[in-house]
Design a protein around this ligand. Sequence first.
Ligand SMILES: Cc1ncc(COP(=O)(O)O)c(C=O)c1O
Length: 441
Amino acid sequence: MKVPSIKVRPPGPKARDVIERDGRFLATSTKTSPIVAKRAQGSVVEDVDGNTYIDFSCGIAVVNVGHNHPKVVDAVRKQVGELTHFAGTDFYYDIQTRLAERLAKLAPGKAAKKVFFANSGTEANEAAIKIAKWSTKRGMFLAFLGAFHGRTMGSLSLTASKKVQKERFFPSMPGVVHVPFAYCYRCPYQLKYPSCDLYCANVIEDLYMKTVAPPADTAGIFVEPVQGEGGYIVPPPGWLPRIAEIAKDNDLLLIADEIQTGIGRTGKMFAVEHEGVVPDIITLAKALGGGLPIGAAVFDAKLDFGVQGAHSNTFGGNPVACASAMATLDVMDEEGLVTNAARLGKRMAARLDEMKEKYAIVGDHRGLGLMRVTEFVSDPKRKTPDPRVRDAILKDAYEHGVIVLPCGESGIRYVPALNIPDELLDSGLDIIEGCIGRAAS
Ligand SMILES: Cc1ncc(COP(=O)(O)O)c(C=O)c1O
């Protein structure tokens, strides 16, 4: 079967029907493309009208092992038949304990770790906020402009990606100070790496901690090792270690949000490993569950609440989600997907770099492993973001059978499964190049 195959221009009649009813009954959220999925396998999605697409979105960086991986499906089926729910915070079952032990051993650093399970990324970050506040007895946090940590009121206060995410929701949790991220393509300080000497990291200690974020009141620094929704921004070498050093020197916790970067996405199991950084807390969700909802805060065991009831929930560590996560981690190991992400990342980067050289509308291409973005600009010299051209390319892409997501102000992100076949990756990139070429002319 040829993939992609667009028989009816999307959205086709069946898709339009679902979209119309969705609009009537579902709350307005963040829909980006009118693709109505019926089934999916590996890196191929079929819609309700029989079109097939190459998936470069993975359900927002979730199905790193591909859609419906047979091993994950088997594990889920088996677990559903045995035990679907038992409230893992109040009682016990082995699959939750085994997953916690596995994550505790997988997380970087020699210190003993513990795990709190949640059902989503935002909840994993809420848990991290509480662990940090509880253990330090301090209430403030440092976070970065452009950050995305979730949309519930604690994590929303850390989020600083788009104003629409925050508008009309104030007040959220007080005490969060945002500082500029290491966005070299658009350096907030108009400096150049490496002659900048990591000014954007040093300024935290030299200015912010001396004025608005006193370390005596600050519990920790929340950081995405690669900024996700903000635009897949990869900080320059040395930046994350410097942030870790500043946290340590000032007795602050370092909280790495690996919800999007974790589970092999960047070519290491955790993105912090690229820089040898060991955070005090790592938050995970998305790809951990292989398609089922699960979140986790993996933290230095010394930070544990140690008091019953300080933090808890009903569904966290659900047995079916845990079984799915265990099978996902098995598949990652068996198929060598961390290494494969690094290999395919290089292949993808080479093509996207070529496109950057060829088309003036591509202002930047960057990424780590299989987490990549092209940023579109209307004026390459002034780097004026061009969301209009980005939206046109996104539409052209799904009409030609490739599913991609927007990212940042004017980017398109590419997050295919870590086991996407080379030929599908190449075909997808050919189609993307066609779309960019049409937009450029
Ligand atoms: C880095 C990061 N943190 C947190 C979240 C929030 O996760 P969720 O949507 O599961 O609440 C996301 C979601 O995109 C994310 O990318």
